[in-house]
Design a protein around this ligand. Structure first.
Ligand code: AMP
Ligand code: GLY
Length: 428
């Protein structure tokens, strides 16, 4: 199989690493990739949303499988772009159709979908510029804190949770009337605040059946103890201790099955990964959000915990025979700790030389934001490296990740020292 993988982050490096282990692989290309993905295939300088350039490349290189890492190309309709063109219609795009990708691309669409299919989620209402006053009244009727979500994609920044009614009203106005997130906040979902502990659950589906992948927990805030600004993710662990059989059964029966059935019933074509952002409220699962792709940095622990051949699973998706395939988990725990640029998620510097990568023995270093200058690896993003390790336990894996980090250097490097700590000490 010749495969083209789209994206350039830690998620894509982890997927490339996994694809490269497949016995079915003939050649892997990554567009655009990073300094880490080049160890598993050939990087090509094409952006994931440049559909015409992707088409040309796919035809010239006889690619049969396109794996889409990030949400942008999916929400922009890459699946439909391939379907609509006779010359590339035969190519298997791993990802949902444009309409189904609205589960991530529009919070209002996702909420309505969940309502139609009785999927547990926070109560909500949606407002526009024309219903701002109703929005204020709705906020007044709710208890703090207030959850406001820009309807569209806002690069992970579209959710705001103010503590006071005054702040919430001001925020609503700035999103709707002042277009704080541009078009993405022309509609705003206001929802009930749910208190609990979050986790990420992933499935792959061919639209008929599904397979559950290892679950994970990510750590979004920059500061230890989950404080400070939101980031793209500072680390992740898998498995998640509180996701026991009883809880996972609830997730499967109340959330996964109704979602897959709902997609099918509504003719929403979906052949790819579904990411359920969930929260456990006293042991009951609720959907916080859907994403139409894998999570980052969750993928950096999920891929290492899948024992099965990923291309075999992709073939199952493409041929509608996923139910006949087997997903085996690695019983070991996996953890990843993100090394980020100093200053991130605010202003930070790029282009710092990274030292010590070749000396890492006990971890897999997935590159998140790197570029190369010959053999030299340079930082090129806020999140730079995801240092992943296995262990018998989460604690053991984390010790390895932290030991490996000691040997890796770049100017200004920062990382959280408490990834997974809440789970090591977890009591129900
Ligand atoms: P989202 O982009 O929808 O994942 O939201 C970002 C973060 O905001 C989530 O990971 C949660 O930590 C928080 N959040 C979103 N919705 C809610 C809610 N209804 N109740 C409590 N926290 C929420
Ligand atoms: N780790 C959360 C996300 O990928 O959206």
């Amino acid at each position: 199989m010749k495969v083209l993988l789209l994206g350039s982050g830690g998620r894509e490096h982890a997927i490339a690493w996994k694809i490269a282990q497949s016995s079915q692989l003939d050649k892997l290309f990554i567009a655009p990739g990073n300094a880490g993905t080049r160890n598993h295939g050939t990087n090509v300088a094409i952006q994931p949303t440049d559909f015409e350039a992707i088409k040309t490349f796919v035809l010239e290189n006889e690619i049969l499988t396109v794996v889409v890492g990030p949400e942008d190309p999916l929400v922009k309709g890459i699946y439909d772009f391939f379907q609509a063109d006779e010359s590339i219609k035969h190519v298997n795009v791993i990802g949902p159709s444009k309409e189904a990708a609205k589960l991530e691309g529009s919070k209002d669409f996702a909420k309505k979908f969940m309502q139609r299919h009785n999927i547990p989620t926070a109560k909500y209402a949606t407002f526009t510029k024309d219903t701002l006053e109703e929005g204020y009244a709705f906020l007044t009727s709710m208890k703090p804190p207030y959850v406001l979500k820009a309807d569209g994609l806002a690069a992970g920044k579209g959710v705001v949770i103010p503590d006071t009614l005054e702040e919430a009203k001001a925020e609503l106005k700035s999103m709707l009337a002042d277009a704080k997130f541009g078009d993405a906040s022309s509609r705003v979902v206001i929802e009930q605040f749910l208190k609990g502990i979050e986790l990420s659950v992933f499935v792959i589906t061919d639209g008929e059946s599904y397979k559950i992948l290892p679950e994970a927990k990510d750590y979004k805030r920059i500061g230890e103890g989950d404080t400070g600004l939101n980031t793209g993710g500072m680390g992740a662990v898998s498995p998640v201790v509180f996701a026991d059989k009883t809880f996972m059964d609830k997730i499967e029966n109340q959330i996964i099955i109704p979602t897959i059935k709902g997609l099918k019933a509504e003719n929403l074509v979906y052949k790819g990964f579904v990411f359920f952002g969930l929260i456990s409220v006293k042991g009951e699962p609720y959907v916080i959000e859907y994403n139409c792709r894998m999570g980052d940095p969750e993928t950096e622990v999920v891929m290492p915990r899948i024992k099965s051949d990923i291309l075999d699973l992709f073939e199952g998706i493409a041929t509608g025979t996923l139910s006949e395939r087997d997903v085996q988990f690695d019983e070991r725990a996996a953890t990843t700790v993100m090394m980020v640029a100093g200053g991130y998620p605010e202003e930070y510097q790029k282009g710092k030389t990274i030292h010590g990568l070749n000396a890492v023995k006990d971890s897999i270093v997935f590159h998140a934001g790197t570029s190369s200058d010959g053999p030299v690896v340079l930082s090129s993003g806020g999140r730079v490296l995801a240092v992943t390790s296995y262990g018998k336990t989460i604690e053991g894996a984390l010790n390895r990740s932290y030991t490996s980090i000691e040997g890796i250097e770049f100017e200004g490097a920062n990382f959280r020292k408490d990834i997974g700590k809440d789970l090591i000490n977890y009591t129900k």
